[in-house]
Design a binder for this molecule. Structure first.
Ligand code: ATP
Ligand code: ZN
Length: 309
């Protein structure tokens, strides 16, 4: 009945099989791939299923480009917590002499990157990062709070042969801003909805406490603290490895951290709390291909019904 899903030998073998079947297209850089039409089709259908679940919530939909003001990434503390993942856009800003030098360096096969300077643009590391300063700029948050529906390509410098760990990937996110009770209830709702949706797609999953990959020794304490306070949960699906399942959805409670940092507040001056739920779109598509095979016409009927109606 089911399309036979291939057993996964290793993340690298899974990646090679995706290249062989032209589901992903090699570019020569690990974590930077082209996507076949069928891969995009699966992502579109999955997103529609997510949208359907959220339709009654009336979230405000905003799409930011995959770049954000570099200043805002600095202010958000990203370089303090995740310097290893951050990416910043650089451009040539020199004169004619500099240009001649640049072309000469390239001709000689030398490293020419010193001829570029940092622009005002950093690459967005998570879909919700560009949002918060815009909420603060819009003035006091109404008593009932706010809800946003975001999607962005995101960059993280984590080159890998694991197809689930890309350098450029898409994240669909819902972000709730409001009182602590509002945002905790939002996260609880999506923990249930997320599990229900993934199970309806015939995918095995578990939800577990998690932490972000904070850098260095001080990072270890931040990670431990995050776990202790139950601030991050992930929905894990075996994708490229059965022993180390992949985080495909994540559910984060920021307390009033971003409210205080960005000055997002209610009319009485109290900082808002926030929470976000992130859907890793490539990871979810990879999970579907891994478990149901690469021929979507042969996927189980009940899975096809959820995605194609
Ligand atoms: P991981 O622990 O695997 O590094 P994460 O939990 O740090 O991921 P989040 O910061 O919570 O990831 O990002 C939200 C979602 O984005 C994740 O649940 C995941 O589905 C997706 N995601 C994160 N990093 C990547 C990546 N390098 N490639 C593809 N998807 C990713
Ligand atoms: Zn977020």
């Amino acid at each position: 009945m089911n399309a036979p899903a291939k057993a996964v030998q290793s993340p690298e073998a899974f990646l090679d099989s995706l290249f062989d079947e032209s589901i992903l297209i090699k570019t020569g850089v690990d974590g930077l791939y082209g996507r076949a039409g069928v891969f995009e089709e699966v992502i579109d259908r999955f997103e529609d299923a997510v949208t359907k679940m959220a339709v009654g919530d009336k979230a405000t939909r905003i799409h930011f480009p995959p770049g954000m003001p570099r200043k805002n990434l600095e202010k958000a503390g990203y370089l303090k917590s995740f310097p290893q993942l951050a990416g910043c856009v650089h451009s040539f800003m020199g004169d004619n002499a500099d240009h001649a030098k640049l072309v000469g360096m390239i001709e000689k096969g030398e490293d020419w990157t010193e001829m570029q300077d940092a622009t005002e643009v950093a690459l967005t590391p998570a879909a919700c990062y560009p949002l918060y300063p815009t909420v603060a700029a819009a003035g006091p948050v109404p008593d009932g709070g706010k809800l946003f529906d975001l999607k962005s390509y995101c960059f993280r410098h984590e080159p890998s042969k694991d197809p689930g760990r890309m350098q450029l990937f898409r994240m669909r996110e819902f972000v709730r801003i409001g009182t602590a009770d509002d945002v905790i209830a939002f996260r609880a709702t999506w923990l249930e909805r997320g599990e229900q949706l993934i199970k309806s797609l015939g995918l095995p999953c578990v939800i577990d406490l998690a932490n972000d990959p904070f850098f260095g020794r001080p990072g270890r304490m931040l990670a431990a603290n995050q776990r202790e306070q139950g601030l991050k949960f992930e929905l894990l699906i075996p994708v490229a490895s059965d022993d180390n399942p992949t985080a495909c959805l994540s559910f984060n409670y920021h307390q009033n951290h971003f409210g205080t940092l960005w000055g997002m507040q209610f009319a009485d001056g109290e900082a808002v709390h926030s929470a976000c739920v992130g859907f890793g779109l490539e990871r979810t598509a990879l999970a579907l291909f891994r478990h149901h095979g690469t021929k979507v016409e042969a996927w189980p009927d009940d899975v096809r019904r959820v995605l194609w109606g």
